[in-house]
Design a protein around this ligand. Structure first.
Ligand code: PRP
Ligand code: URA
Length: 207
């Protein structure tokens, strides 16, 4: 699939083992999520816009790069909040906008309840972050919100994706770069990812 990357690394599998375990505590779950998010964000930022920067070391003048435009992290509430810190560790100047959505348990349709997004500038890069991409409804809504605000360069970072949701999002927005740590087997009849890890928000927040 074009514009899609699935991470494949032994440490991802190690941490997914921790996160999938139904007996892992919220603290252990959050730590593993943070470690995987480092890899997701590093991978997703590989093609960032940069400009040349001349820098004087104590020994010589050399050329490096500096990031052009603002980097925006857009966590989808609630569970996306669990990925913000890891991205900030890697790029502390990242700005944050938020989108509040929950899935209606019966229809599985995303219900928007809060938004705090800027009007994006041409050189800005947006990273929508949410651990779970299941039916794809929440991701579609989030992408549409950021596009309405002018975002032109968008990546979606998901810890675990269902093949069904991934295809829907990719078909609707082939310009959006999708980065997922793992594509799982399928969705079950009530829209949960199998084998998955259960409700990501509940597991992060202990609710
Ligand atoms: C979860 C998850 C995604 C959404 C994915 O959020 O964090 O946002 O479900 O499902 P979808 O692809 O079928 O739309 P949830 O609705 O459980 O809200 P929460 O994070 O507040 O618990
Ligand atoms: N949201 C979750 O948190 N988990 C799933 O498996 C599907 C949607």
């Amino acid at each position: 699939m074009k514009n899609f990357i699935e991470l494949n690394h032994p440490l991802i599998s190690h941490d997914l083992g921790i996160m999938r375990d139904k007996d892992s505590s919220p603290a252990i779950f959050r730590q593993a999520l943070k470690r995987i998010t480092y890899q997701l964000f590093i991978t997703a930022t590989q093609e960032l816009n940069t400009k040349d920067l001349m820098v004087e070391t104590p020994l010589a003048v050399t050329k490096e790069k500096s990031v052009v435009g603002d980097i925006w992290l857009i966590p989808v509430l609630r569970a996306g909040l669990g990925m913000v810190d890891a991205c900030w560790d890697i790029y502390p100047d990242a700005r944050v906008g938020v989108i509040g959505l929950y899935r209606d348990e019966k229809t599985l349709m995303p219900q928007p309840y809060y938004q705090n997004l800027p009007t994006f500038k041409a050189l800005d890069t947006c990273f929508i972050i949410d651990p779970m991409l299941a039916t794809g409804g929440s991701a579609l809504a989030a992408i549409e919100f950021v596009k309405q605000k002018g975002a032109q360069t968008i990546s979606l970072l998901a810890l675990i994706s269902a093949p069904e949701g991934l295809k829907i999002v990719h078909d609707a927005h082939p310009d959006v770069r999708l980065v997922s740590a793992k594509v799982d087997e399928k969705l079950n009849q009530v829209g949960y990812i199998v084998p998955g890890l259960g409700d990501a928000g509940d597991r992060i927040f202990g609710s």
